[in-house]
Design a protein around this ligand. Structure first.
Ligand SMILES: Nc1nc2c(c(=O)[nH]1)N[C@H]1C(S)=C(S)[C@@H](COP(=O)(O)OP(=O)(O)OC[C@H]3O[C@@H](n4cnc5c(=O)[nH]c(N)nc54)[C@H](O)[C@@H]3O)O[C@H]1N2
Ligand SMILES: Nc1nc2c(c(=O)[nH]1)N[C@H]1C(S)=C(S)[C@@H](COP(=O)(O)OP(=O)(O)OC[C@H]3O[C@@H](n4cnc5c(=O)[nH]c(N)nc54)[C@H](O)[C@@H]3O)O[C@H]1N2
Ligand code: SF4
Ligand SMILES: [Mo]
Length: 697
C-alpha cells in the first residue's frame, strides 16, 4: 500500500509516498516531476525505516530518580508529574518562570501552534523558537522591506541567484528545480564562500568572504543603480527611500570594497549586471545569511535587489506570499498583561508576525543563568537538542544544569534528554498526522499523514500537548481527541478539511494564486510601498537603510583577537546524510559517511605541518574541539570549515563549543556564531573514534 505524506526528517518538508506493508514502513520515495535519472537522492529518506525502527528509539516515558538514573513510567505518572511542576513553579515564581523551547522539528508542524496555545493558556509568554538562527530572522527582513516573505520561482526564471544556500544537500527538490531551469538555459549565480555542487554549475560563483554578504549586496545595488539598470518605473511608483539607498550604496563601489570581500571588482559588476538584465530573475536566499551578526541588514539589502530590478511578484521572479487564512489558535490574547516574554529586548522581532511568535533562543540561556530579564526555572525542550545546537555549548550546559526542572520531548535520548528530569517519547513524522505548517505560509495546504502506528508507547507531539493542557485545566482549549479534529478546527475559515486533504494529497490552494498583488492593495508595509528606508526601524533606533554608515566593523566573532586566532572558522557543512545532530547512530547513514572533519586549505595545512587525517585541535576563546583534518581547496585560503552536528555523538567534536553567543544582532538577536576567528594545532594521539566509521556504530 502507498500513502502520500510529507517527510519531516529535515525542514525541507518534501512531499513523499510511503510504502506500507502489514502496518510496517518499507520505504519512502520523494515525489519529483523528473525522471529518476535526473533526481537527486536523499539518503535520509532512503533510511527512513532504519530511523523509524531504530533500536534506541524512546518508547516509554522516563523519570529520573534521586540518584540520577532513569526509570520507566506510565504516561499518566509522567504527565501528572510534569503538570504538577508547571503549577508548582507558577505558584512559587509566576507562570513566566516556565519556558517552552522548541527546535527545528516542531516549527513546521502544528505542534508549534499547540505549544503556544498551551503556554499562553497557562499564562507564560515564553514559547521560544530558534528562528533567530534559522530562517525566521530572514522572514522578518523580507517583511520589513515588502510586508511579506517571498518565494523564489526558479522553474520559470531566466536568471537564478542562489545566496548562501546549498540546496543540493539540504533540499534536493529545490536543487532539481534550479538544475532543470539551468538545463533550459537559465543563468545561475551563486554567492557562497564554498564551492558547493550548485556553485560548480554556476555562470558566476562569488566566493565571498564569510559574513560579508551585506557589503556585497550593497556593492551590487550600487552597480545596478549607477549603471541605470534598475526598474525606474517600479522604483518611482512602488518604493520609498530610493535616494537614501542610492546614497548608502554609493559607499560600496566594487573597486573600493572588492578586496575586503575577497572578490575581484569585475566579478561583482558582472554578477550585478547579469542579475539586473536577465529577467525574470529570482533570488534563493538561504541559511548562509542566517547566523551572521549583520544577518538582518544583509538580508534586507538582498531583498532590495529584488525590488530594484522589478522582479517582485512576477512569474519567474520572487512571489509575495499569500498566507492561508487559517485560524490563529495560539491564544496570545489570553496572556496576562504586564509580564513580557524573556525575549523582550527584541520587540520588533517578537511582534512582526502572529504566525512565528518569539524566536530568540539565546534569551533562554540568559534567563536561566543571569535571571535576565527574570529567571526561568523550568524548561520543556521539544524536538530540539539545545545542548548541541545552541551557540556556546559550555554556557548552554551550565544553563541546563542550573535549571530546577527539565522536560524533554524527543524520539531519541539525545545529549539534552540525558540532562532531563522527565523524558517523553515522541513519534516520528511517519507516525502522526499533522498540519504541515510550512504550507500555511503560502496558499497551498498540505497534510502530513500518519502512515504507521506509533512505535511502542511513543505519542505524537499533538497528543502529548493536548493531554498536558487538559492536566493544566485547559479542557476547553484542548477539547480534541484526534489530530484531525484539531486540524479541522484550525482550517475552518478556509473551508478545507482533513478529509478533502486526504483526497487531494498534492494539496489544496486556500486562496487563488495571483501575481503583482500589490497593484491592488499596495504592499503590507506601513507606507504601502517597498521600504528601502524604514521609518519604523529608525524610530526604534535601528538603521533605516542597511549599511548607511558604511562598511560594518567586526562581523566575525573574536576578530578583535585575530592576532592569536588567525584562521576564519565557518560552521555548517551539512551533508545530505544527517540533519543537525540527528541520525549519526543510524548504521545505514553512518557507515557510508566520510565522518566528521575540519576542512582545511592545503596551504594552511602545510603552514601548520598538517597532513590529511592528522588529529587537530581547533580553539577559540570559548572552547576547543578535536577532529581529523581533511585537506580541501573548495574555500578560500585562511578559511576552515568545521563539520556540524557531531557533538551529539562525541562532545569532543562539538562545533558549538567554539561559537559565541554574546554579541548579537540588535534587531533579531542572531549571534555571530557561524563565523569566528580560531586557531589550529596538530596534536598527538588518536583521533576520536571517527563517528562515520563502523567502530562507533
Ligand atoms: N554552529 C552552528 N549551530 C547551528 C547551526 C549551524 O549550522 N551551525 N544550525 C542551526 C539551525 S539552522 C538549526 S534549525 C538548529 C537545529 O537545532 P535543533 O532543532 O536543536 O537540532 P536537531 O539536532 O535537528 O534536533 C532535533 C531533535 O528533535 C527530535 N525530533 C525529530 N522529529 C521529532 C518530532 O516529530 N517530535 C519531537 N518531539 N522530536 C523530534 C530529534 O530526535 C532531535 O533530537 O541548529 C542551529 N545551530
Ligand atoms: N541534509 C540536511 N538537510 C537539511 C538540514 C540538515 O541539517 N541536513 N537542516 C535543515 C535546516 S533546519 C535548514 S535551516 C536548512 C539549511 O539549508 P541551507 O540554507 O542550504 O543552509 P546551509 O547548508 O547551512 O548553508 C548554505 C550555504 O551557506 C554557505 N555559507 C556559510 N557562511 C556563509 C556566508 O557568510 N555567506 C554566504 N553567502 N554563504 C555562507 C555554506 O557554505 C553553504 O553552502 O537545511 C535543512 N535541510
Ligand atoms: S530533504 Fe530528505 S530528509 Fe529532508 S524532508 Fe526532503 S526527503 Fe525528507
Ligand atoms: Mo534551520
Amino acid at each position: 500500500m502507498f500513502v502520500q505524506t510529507v517527510c519531516r526528517l529535515c525542514s525541507s518538508c518534501c512531499p513523499v509516498e510511503a510504502e506500507i506493508d502489514n502496518g510496517r514502513l518499507l520505504a519512502a520515495r520523494r515525489k519529483s516531476p523528473l525522471p529518476e535519472a535526473r533526481q537527486i537522492p536523499c539518503p535520509k529518506l532512503a533510511a527512513a525505516p532504519d530511523i523509524v525502527y531504530a533500536p534506541d528509539r524512546l518508547q516509554q516515558p522516563l523519570i529520573k530518580d534521586g540518584r540520577g538514573t532513569f526509570r520507566e513510567a506510565s504516561w499518566d505518572e509522567a504527565l501528572d508529574l510534569v503538570a504538577e511542576r508547571f503549577q508548582f513553579f507558577k505558584k512559587a515564581h509566576g507562570a513566566e518562570s516556565v519556558c517552552w523551547l522548541r527546535g527545528m522539528a516542531a516549527d513546521w508542524g502544528a505542534p508549534w501552534d499547540y505549544a503556544n496555545r498551551l503556554m499562553n493558556g497557562f499564562g507564560s509568554p515564553n514559547t521560544i523558537g530558534n528562528g533567530s538562527v534559522c530562517y525566521v530572522g530572514r522572514v522578518f527582513a523580507h517583511a520589513a522591506v515588502y510586508g511579506a516573505v517571498t518565494f523564489p520561482q526558479p522553474r520559470r526564471a531566466r536568471c537564478i541567484l542562489v545566496w548562501g544556500k546549498n540546496d543540493h544537500d539540504t533540499n534536493p527538490g529545490a536543487a532539481e528545480a534550479i538544475l532543470e531551469a539551468r538545463r533550459n538555459g537559465a543563468r545561475l549565480i551563486v554567492v557562497d564562500p564554498v564551492r558547493t555542487p550548485l556553485a560548480e554549475q554556476a555562470d558566476i560563483w562569488l566566493r565571498v568572504k564569510p559574513a560579508h554578504d551585506g557589503p556585497l549586496a550593497m556593492a551590487m545595488i550600487h552597480e545596478i543603480i549607477s549603471a541605470d539598470l534598475h526598474d525606474a518605473d517600479f522604483v518611482d511608483n512602488w518604493t520609498v527611500g530610493f535616494e537614501e539607498l542610492r546614497r548608502a550604496a554609493a559607499r560600496f563601489p566594487a573597486e573600493k570594497v572588492a578586496e575586503r570581500l575577497w572578490l575581484r571588482p569585475e566579478e561583482i559588476r558582472e554578477a550585478a549586471r547579469l542579475y539586473a538584465t536577465t529577467r525574470p530573475a529570482c533570488i534563493i536566499d538561504g541559511s548562509g545569511l542566517d547566523m551572521q551578526l549583520d544577518s538582518f541588514d544583509a538580508t534586507r539589502a538582498v531583498c532590495m535587489l529584488r525590488a530594484l530590478t522589478g522582479n517582485l511578484d512576477v512569474p519567474g521572479g520572487d512571489f509575495l506570499a499569500q498566507p492561508v487564512p487559517a485560524r490563529n489558535i495560539q491564544l496570545k490574547e489570553r496572556l496576562p498583561a504586564g509580564v513580557g516574554p524573556i525575549t523582550e529586548a527584541y520587540p520588533l522581532f517578537n511582534g512582526f508576525s502572529d504566525f512565528w511568535g518569539n524566536q530568540v533562543q539565546s534569551c533562554v540561556t540568559d534567563a536561566i543563568l543571569e535571571g535576565k530579564p527574570y529567571p526561568v526555572r523550568m524548561l520543556v525542550s521539544q524536538s530540539g537538542n539545545p545542548a548541541v545546537s545552541l551557540m556556546d555549548s559550555d554556557r548552554v550546559r551550565r544553563a541546563l544544569e542550573q535549571l530546577d526542572f527539565l522536560v524533554v520531548i524527543d524520539m531519541f535520548m539525545n545529549r539534552t534528554a540525558k540532562m532531563a528530569d522527565v523524558v517523553l517519547p515522541a513519534c516520528s513524522c511517519f507516525e502522526k498526522t499533522q498540519l504541515n505548517r510550512a504550507a500555511l505560509r503560502n496558499s497551498l495546504v498540505v497534510l502530513q499523514n500518519q502512515v504507521i502506528e506509533p512505535l511502542g508507547s511513543s505519542w505524537p507531539d499533538w497528543k502529548i500537548i493536548f493531554a498536558l493542557g487538559r492536566r493544566l485545566g485547559l479542557h476547553e482549549e484542548f477539547p480534541w481527541q484526534s489530530a484531525e479534529e484539531a486540524i479541522d478546527y484550525q482550517l475552518a475559515p478556509t473551508g478545507i478539511t482533513v478529509r478533502m486533504l486526504r483526497e487531494q494529497p498534492d494539496g489544496i490552494h486556500a486562496v487563488e494564486v495571483r501575481h503583482k498583488k500589490y497593484e491592488g492593495a499596495g504592499f503590507k508595509t506601513a507606507s504601502g510601498k517597498v521600504e528601502l528606508f524604514s521609518r519604523k526601524l529608525h524610530q526604534h533606533g535601528h538603521a533605516p537603510v542597511p549599511f548607511a554608515d558604511g562598511f560594518p566593523a567586526g562581523p566575525i566573532s573574536f576578530s578583535d583577537q585575530a592576532e592569536h586566532y588567525p584562521l576564519l572558522g565557518t560552521s555548517g557543512a551539512r551533508t545530505s546524510r544527517f540533519t543537525h545532530s540527528q541520525f549519526f547512530r543510524i548504521p545505514s547513514l553512518a557507515q557510508g559517511s566520510k565522518g566528521c572533519a575540519v576542512d582545511i586549505h592545503p596551504a594552511d595545512a602545510a603552514a601548520h605541518g598538517i597532513k590529511e587525517g592528522d588529529r587537530i585541535r581547533v580553539e577559540t576563546p570559548r572552547g576547543s574541539l578535536t577532529m581529523p583534518a581533511h585537506l580541501f581547496d573548495e574555500a578560500h585560503q585562511g578559511v576552515i570549515r568545521i563539520a556540524w552536528g557531531w557533538g551529539e555523538l562525541d562532545p569532543a567534536c562539538n562545533l558549538n563549543s567554539l561559537t559565541d553567543d554574546q554579541r548579537r544582532n540588535p534587531v533579531i538577536g542572531t549571534p555571530s556564531g557561524r563565523n569566528f576567528m580560531c586557531r589550529i594545532t596538530r596534536i598527538a594521539g588518536q583521533n576520536p573514534v571517527n563517528p562515520g566509521t563502523k567502530a562507533h556504530v
